[in-house]
Ligand binder design. Structure first.
Ligand code: AMP
Length: 270
């Protein structure tokens, strides 16, 4: 009997449902957790306004093949005097970690607790949160945890915007501006596809797409090693990379990425 776990913060969309369906195919029992985890939000972030709709989520999960929905209270997960964190040190401080220094510590702590409570054979995460997948993989490896980590592709709207619970906050103008994230990734893929390998050239072409936008603040565009998240200067070596973007559109911070596999004679994207 195998158990698949899909950790979420609720307000589900097709990206979450794809994880549940993948878990349903590969396991006898699928557990989905819904928990807006306070420790992964900094005090100035959107914990209080994070969208929530448990009733709708449960209906969607029923249809998608979830067997158990786990919706703990914050006071159960973090009882008074709780003071223990699980932290992946260096990786958690890079890229997203430079803008959200305590974020991944909150993520690894809650994911670790969910592993302890649910004891899954496999756990499902979306490539949408690329650095989160690298951090979780690192944690599982470093702690010798007996869980297989399965990463599922990014689910996008038909125009390319990566699905996110936070997209609900975008105004009509923000929604148009938000397309620049996926468009800039497509531009990078085109450049790489025709042989460009110099990272500064690729990043400057991408950055150009943002320069005339109003009310858009680009936090970063980087090309990093897919395992360490250390920036690289060229896509020279045959290995895996991510192009990662974080950008504030109106009042909403969005992230997106592309996964690049460079082989001897080919390049693949996901
Ligand atoms: P969240 O509820 O935002 O914490 O996300 C829960 C899980 O769903 C995480 O593993 C995310 O990476 C994944 N996820 C969120 N958005 C998408 C998407 N557009 N495509 C695929 N997976 C996603």
């Amino acid at each position: 009997m195998t158990v698949g776990l899909v950790p979420t913060m609720g307000f589900l969309h097709k990206g979450h449902i794809a994880l549940v369906q993948a878990a349903h195919k590969q396991n006898d029992i699928v557990v989905v957790s819904i928990f807006v985890n306070p420790t992964q939000f900094a005090p100035n972030e959107d914990f209080n306004r994070y969208p929530r709709d448990i009733e709708r989520d449960c209906k969607l999960l029923d249809k998608a093949g979830a067997d158990i929905v786990f919706i703990p209270e914050a006071s159960e997960i973090y009882p008074p005097y709780s003071q223990t964190f699980v932290s992946v040190e260096t990786l958690s401080q890079l890229a997203e970690g430079e803008f959200r220094p305590t974020h991944f510590r909150g993520v690894t702590t809650i994911v670790n607790m969910l592993f302890n409570i649910v004891q899954p054979d496999r756990a499902y995460f979306g490539q949408k949160d690329a650095q989160q997948t690298a951090v979780i993989r690192r944690m599982v490896k470093d702690l010798h945890q007996p869980v297989d980590i399965v990463i599922c592709p990014i689910v996008r709207e038909t125009d390319g915007l990566a699905m996110s619970s936070r997209n609900i906050f975008l105004s009509d103008q923000d929604r148009k501006n938000a397309l620049t994230l996926s468009k800039s990734l497509e531009l990078a893929k085109t450049l790489i596809g025709v042989g460009e390998r110099a990272v500064p050239t690729i990043i400057s072409a991408m950055t150009n797409l943002y320069k005339d936008l109003q009310d858009v603040q680009l936090d970063y565009i980087r090309i990093v090693d897919a395992e360490t998240f250390l920036p690289v200067s060229a896509l020279a070596l045959p290995r895996e990379y991510f192009i990662i973007i974080a950008c504030k559109v109106g009042t909403t911070r969005l992230i997106d990425n592309a996964w690049i596999t460079v082989e001897l004679n080919t390049v693949r994207f996901q």
